[in-house]
Design a binder for this molecule. Structure first.
Ligand SMILES: Nc1ncnc2c1ncn2[C@@H]1O[C@H](COP(=O)(O)OP(=O)(O)OP(=O)(O)O)[C@@H](O)[C@H]1O
Length: 331
C-alpha cells in the first residue's frame, strides 16, 4: 500500500478559554491519497475550520501529527511555518487584493520565477478557470463567481502539494455554487491536485469529494464515499446529517428486534394492504412530487415521498407498507 499524501493522526487542538482550555478537535484522524479530494462535512462549530487551520500551520497541536508527503509538518511544540508547507489555501474570507488586477492577484504567490515564467503560469491557470480574457480586469469589475475563480487560480498557481478549501463558495448564490462545485472538481482532477475541502452543505460535499468525513464535536464519525455514507451510515448522527430520513424506534415500524431504524422517505410506501399506520401531519409540494410528515402510533414523526396521485389532507390515517430492503438499524 502506498503512503497517503496527507495523514492527520489523532489531532487534538484547543483554544484558550476562561479557567483553562477548550478542546475543539479531539482524536481526529484521516488519510488522503495523492490526487484525491477529501471533504470535512459537519454543522457549524463542529471544528472543521480548526482542522484546516491546523493543517495549514496556523494552529498548534496539543496532540497528534500532521504529515504531508512523508514530512512531519506539525506535532506538539513543533510546527513547520505555514509558508514553508507547500499548501495552497482558499478560505472562507478569501479576498482578492483590490489594488492588484487579476493577473497581479494570480501571480502573487509566484515569487522566484522570471517575468516570462510568471506570465505563462498566470495564463495557464486563468485558462483553467475560464478567465483567460480577464487578466487585466480589476476585482471590483468581476462577479462573485468570477472572483471565486480568480481566488482558485491564485491558490493553484504555485502548484501546491495540497489545496485547502474552506467553504469556498459560501458567499455565492445557489446556482453559481452548484455550477462551480462541478467545475472545481473537474479542475482539481485535471491538475491532479490533492485537496481537502470544508463545507456544511451535503450537496456540495457529494458533488466534489471522493471521500467525506462527517464531523461532530471535533471528531470524524465516519470517513467514506458518498454512497457508503448514504447507504451505511455508521450511527444515527451521520444518518441524520446525510440525506433525508428519520431515525425512529424499530417497534414503531412493527419490527421485533428493537433498536432504532433509519427510514428514508421511499421506505414507507402508502398501500391499502399495508399493516402499518401513520397520521398525516403536513403535506408539502417539493417538486417534482409531494412529501408528507406522518405521525406513527408511538408519536414519532417520519417523512415520506407521496405517489403523484395521492394528496391526503392532514389528519388522514394512511395504511403503509415498510420496504425492508437496505434498512439501516442502530443499536
Ligand atoms: N480563535 C478561537 N478562539 C477560541 N475559540 C475558537 C476560536 N476559533 C474557533 N473557536 C471555537 O471552536 C469551535 C470550532 O470552531 P470552527 O470554526 O473550527 O468550527 P466550524 O465547524 O468550522 O464552524 P463553521 O461551519 O461555523 O465555520 C467553535 O465552538 C468556535 O467557537
Amino acid at each position: 500500500m502506498t503512503a497517503p499524501l496527507l495523514a492527520l493522526e489523532d489531532l487534538r487542538v484547543s483554544y484558550p478559554a476562561p479557567g483553562g482550555e477548550r478542546v475543539v478537535v479531539d482524536g481526529l484522524s484521516l488519510a488522503l491519497e495523492r490526487g484525491a479530494i477529501g471533504c470535512l462535512l459537519g454543522a457549524s462549530g463542529c471544528g472543521k475550520t480548526t482542522v484546516m487551520r491546523a493543517v495549514a500551520g496556523f494552529e498548534p497541536l496539543r496532540a497528534g501529527r500532521v504529515v504531508l508527503a512523508g514530512r512531519e509538518l506539525s506535532r506538539p511544540y513543533a510546527m513547520v511555518p505555514a509558508e514553508q508547507r507547500g499548501i495552497g489555501m482558499m478560505f472562507q474570507d478569501y479576498a482578492l487584493f483590490p489594488h492588484l488586477d487579476v493577473a497581479g492577484n494570480v501571480g502573487f504567490g509566484l515569487a522566484g520565477r522570471t517575468r516570462a515564467q510568471r506570465r505563462a503560469r498566470i495564463g495557464e491557470v486563468l485558462a483553467l478557470v475560464g478567465l483567460e480574457d480577464r487578466a487585466d480586469a480589476w476585482p471590483h469589475e468581476l462577479s462573485g463567481g468570477q472572483q471565486q475563480r480568480v481566488a482558485l487560480a491564485r491558490a493553484l498557481a504555485p502548484s501546491p502539494r495540497l489545496l485547502l478549501l474552506d467553504e469556498p463558495f459560501s458567499n455565492l448564490d445557489i446556482d453559481t455554487r452548484e455550477h462551480l462545485a462541478a467545475e472545481l472538481r473537474a479542475i482539481l482532477r485535471a491538475t491532479g491536485t490533492t485537496a481537502l475541502l470544508v463545507t456544511h452543505d451535503q450537496a456540495e460535499a457529494f458533488a466534489i469529494a471522493d471521500a467525506i468525513g462527517v464531523m461532530d464535536a471535533g471528531r470524524i464519525l465516519q470517513w467514506a464515499d458518498a454512497q457508503t455514507l448514504y447507504a451505511q451510515p455508521a450511527d444515527a448522527i451521520v444518518a441524520g446529517f446525510i440525506g433525508r430520513g428519520s431515525v425512529v424506534a424499530g417497534s414503531a415500524l412493527g419490527l421485533a428486534e428493537g433498536g432504532r431504524v433509519l427510514v428514508r422517505p421511499d421506505r414507507l410506501v402508502p398501500d391499502p394492504a399495508g399493516a402499518l399506520r401513520g397520521e398525516v401531519v403536513t403535506v408539502t409540494f417539493r417538486g417534482p412530487g409531494r412529501v408528507a410528515l406522518l405521525r406513527l402510533p408511538g408519536g414519532e414523526v417520519v417523512e415520506i415521498d407521496l405517489p403523484a396521485e395521492l394528496v391526503p389532507t392532514p389528519g388522514t390515517v394512511l395504511a403503509l407498507r415498510l420496504s425492508k430492503a437496505g434498512l439501516v438499524r442502530f443499536p
